[in-house]
Design a protein around this ligand. Structure first.
Ligand SMILES: [Zn+2]
Ligand SMILES: [Zn+2]
Ligand SMILES: [Zn+2]
Length: 788
């Protein structure tokens, strides 16, 4: 029997698994890696061969993902020995680099066993766990093309690596205390911020720093944390900044040094029971927290959760993760007192530090000490973030642990392509045939460092997955830096490293409307092509009419779409400034909804924060054609948050909306009315009356939790009514909910419930975020469908 196995089957211990299974069942034959995956032949009794195939499918190695298994009968050779044969490499590699994976139970047991040679070794790993994507420098995924290339395996490690019966057979990052990477603690002698010294992590005894190496490093770091100091910890995809989470002063100092005004900090706790002391988890959320990808899980915080106020000011939720590297496990075990803040190692908007030299420079002003090691991180990845809802988990940031896992395209890409994504929560995507590889979260391209890492990331992904794009896909927005990058590639500057040896080639450009990409991304990840009705509630995206869309009811499939409804358009007074000053949106909405003479009065909730003169100026601007038009639901939430007494000025996009969601009194059943009208076949949702009601009730002393709940409920009801109308008129039964606003748990849960109760099928993004992190994949899905 010859069988071909395709999927994620390389670098995940598949061949030793096959070897052990065949030996166990007394089968002869061979197994090998080739460019399509794994090829194997087994011979023996037909019963055993059957059992072999069944078990191969039923119990694959933990990290493998079998996509296809193609058995065929062949003539027996009479052999009863089983061998692992050398890899066959012809043509372009399909062998996939898998995502980084949390330390497995077997490695943990060894690390905690005083008799084991890897007792307390912070880099223990095996074929079932450890670093992958973050250390791969190229393909094929073999040790020389990882950042482990500089570590020669000792005899014992090599013996494991070469033994097909061993758990570490061909584990590329295999290492031990004798031959592998080391950790040490760098402690600044001078007070933080006082020195001008620039040290390299590869040089542990650099001037001015005290270094503690070996076994004591983690213990010493734990002691500093216990004292309330801030320690930069080199993790898997970058540096974290850690401090004890129960100590208000430590957290406040970290916040001040990081210049990260109010964004919640993520926490790391030793185990599940410690997590459950902080947040409310049901069975699926518990599973999520313990998933091999080890994401940050955001869930409702428990009353009395033992964390300082400064961890997540004003936020009813907490983000918690479990340790995912051996170093984390050791640190959390040594530091047994409290949860740790584990936030990305950067200053406010910069990308996370992953290069040692850079980390020591940039984080020097923030951290009191550095827990570092000498295994280089090749690709920076942030922690992934998921939010727990009754409608399933919502991915908020897809990065470490998930990337670079392939996501299938329902319509294969007939030509290799690159999709450049959006701008703010940017990702890109390379695709060929039915495979799409979405990058890790890159971040805001307007930050120069981030833009550079976008460019480097694209080049790296093209190499890893052997994609030479013939088609480049971009957003309609002419000013997005990702659009600029696409145009630049199409111009075919031959000096750039993306042109191959044949020189500049003609690249075809495809532009995809932002909200169509949101719709297509959700359809495609569910393996569907549409048509469906898409409710796309978003911050903003460039509409086909040149205005800023963001509250759209689209009917579409992968190829095309039609706008069938939208939120009432209002002025965006001050353009981008309106994003940072939600009170401007309150003013815009109140001006639009104002009945009677003159300008709308300044709401009581804003009176201490905005002067009457300022209010009047912005109200006038809200009537002027100088201000652009927007249908953004994100901005509507900002405005309502402002009239409910949330902050008038925010530090990051969506902050006010998050506060508004946090205010919701879940016991409240009332609802504000939002008008659904139809003109020339176009549905319009007008929340003007709801905004007026929120101001009126707020002034009358109705608690803001009640007001917030009534607004959420009113919007969900009106949207569901509009969906029912459109679905009915168009004969559709499927509704897609996507766009950044659907990170809002209250709105998402209530929309899903209402749509299901009227018999509509609801699709929400699962594998990718509803925010702009999913745009690149949506663009790829649209382009593939249009090219087919
Ligand atoms: Zn392991
Ligand atoms: Zn060794
Ligand atoms: Zn968007």
């Amino acid at each position: 029997m010859r069988t071909r196995v395709e999927g994620v089957v390389q670098g995940v211990g598949f061949r030793p698994h096959v070897y052990r299974l065949a030996r166990e069942l007394d089968l002869g034959g061979y197994v090998l890696n080739d460019e399509r995956g794994v090829l194997l032949e087994v011979e023996g009794s037909s019963q055993s061969v059957d059992r072999f195939l069944k078990r191969l499918v039923a119990e694959p190695p933990p990290l493998a993902r079998i996509e296809r298994i193609l058995p065929e009968a062949v003539t027996a050779t009479g052999t009863d020995s089983f061998e692992i044969l050398p890899s066959v490499r012809t043509g372009t590699p399909q062998a996939l680099v898998s995502p980084d994976t949390a330390t497995c139970a077997e490695c943990l047991a060894e690390m905690n066993d005083p008799r084991d040679r890897r007792h307390r070794y912070p880099f223990i790993n095996c074929t079932n766990c450890g670093p992958r994507f973050t250390i791969a420098t190229g393909v094929p995924y073999d040790r020389p093309l990882t950042t482990m290339a500089g570590f020669a395996m000792c005899e014992r490690c090599l013996a494991e690596y070469e033994d097909p019966g061993d758990r570490r057979f061909h584990a590329q990052p295999n290492a031990c205390p004798v031959c592998g990477p080391r950790a040490w603690l760098l402690q600044q002698d001078s007070p933080v911020g006082g020195g001008s010294h620039r040290g390299g992590a590869s040089n542990g005894d650099a001037n001015g720093d005290r270094a503690i190496g070996g076994q004591g490093a983690v213990q010493a770091a734990a002691e500093l944390l216990a004292k309330g100091l801030i320690v930069a910890v080199k993790s898997l995809g970058g540096y974290h900044l850690a401090c004890r989470a129960d100590f208000q002063v430590a957290v406040a100092v970290l916040r001040a040094r990081k210049h990260r005004e109010d964004r919640p900090f993520a926490l790391m706790v030793a185990d599940l029971s410690a997590a459950e002391a902080l947040i409310e988890l049901d069975a699926p959320a518990r599973a999520l927290l313990q998933d091999r990808a080890r994401p940050i899980v955001i869930a409702r915080r428990r009353g009395g959760a033992g964390v300082a106020e400064a961890v997540a000011p004003g936020c009813p939720d907490l983000g918690v993760m479990l340790p995912y590297t051996p170093l984390h496990h050791l640190l959390l075990a040594d530091f047994a007192q409290a949860p740790l803040v584990m936030t990305s190692g950067n200053r406010s908007e910069e990308p996370i530090a992953f290069d040692d030299e850079d980390a020591l420079t940039r984080l020097r002003e923030i951290a009191d000490a550095f827990l570092v090691h000498d295994r280089l991180i090749h690709m920076r990845t942030d922690d992934s973030v998921l939010r727990h809802t009754t409608a399933g988990a919502v991915m908020m940031r897809r990065s470490r642990g998930y990337v670079p896992g392939a996501i299938a395209l329902p319509v294969p890409a007939p030509r290799p392509l690159l999709a450049c994504g959006a701008e703010l929560k940017s990702t890109f995507c390379v695709a060929k045939d039915e495979h799409a590889w979405v990058s890790h979260h890159i971040g805001d391209l307007k930050n120069f460092e981030t833009l550079l890492s976008f460019r480097e990331g694209v080049a790296h992904f093209q190499r890893l997955f052997a994609v030479t794009p013939e088609v480049v896909v971009h957003d309609l927005h002419p000013d997005y830096l990702s659009t600029g990058y696409a145009l630049e590639r199409a111009a075919g500057n031959p000096a750039r490293d993306w042109t191959d040896s044949s020189g500049a080639r003609l690249i075809e450009l495809i532009a995809v409307q932002h909200h169509h990409a949101h719709l297509a991304a959700c359809l495609a990840e569910h393996g569907e092509t549409g048509p469906a009705l898409g409710v796309i509630f978003d911050g903003s995206g460039y509409g086909t009419d040149g205005t800023a869309w963001g509250g759209e009811l689209l009917v579409g499939d992968l190829c095309d779409f039609e706008r069938t409804g939208h939120l009432r358009a209002v002025r965006l007074p001050g353009g981008d400034r309106a994003v940072n000053e939600p009170w401007r949106m309150a003013c815009a909405w109140l001006t639009a909804a104002h009945q009677g003479e003159g300008l709308p009065p300044l709401p009581a909730a804003l009176s201490g924060q905005v002067t009457p003169e300022r209010w009047e100026t912005i109200a006038r601007l809200s009537r002027s054609e100088l201000a652009p038009l927007t249908t953004s639901v994100g901005r509507l939430f900002d405005g309502v948050a402002a009239v409910c007494g949330a902050r008038a000025v925010v530090n990051y996009e969506g902050q006010a909306a998050i506060e508004l969601e946090g205010m919701v009194d879940s016991a409240e059943r009332g609802s504000y009315s939002i008008e659904v009208s139809e003109r020339a076949g176009m549905i319009e949702l007008d929340p003007g009356p709801a905004v007026l009601a929120a101001v009126r009730e707020g002034a009358a002393g109705v608690p803001r939790g009640t007001v917030a709940a009534r607004f959420h409920s009113g919007l969900a009801q009106a949207t569901a009514d509009a969906c029912a109308r459109i679905a009915d008129g168009r004969g559709l039964d499927t509704v897609v909910l996507s766009g950044g606003v659907f990170q809002n748990r209250v709105l998402l849960e209530s929309m899903v419930e209402r749509l299901r109760s009227i018999g509509l099928r609801v699709l929400v993004p699962r594998l990718l975020p509803p925010n702009d992190g999913g745009i690149s994949y949506g663009q790829a899905a649209v382009a593939a469908a249009r090219l087919s």
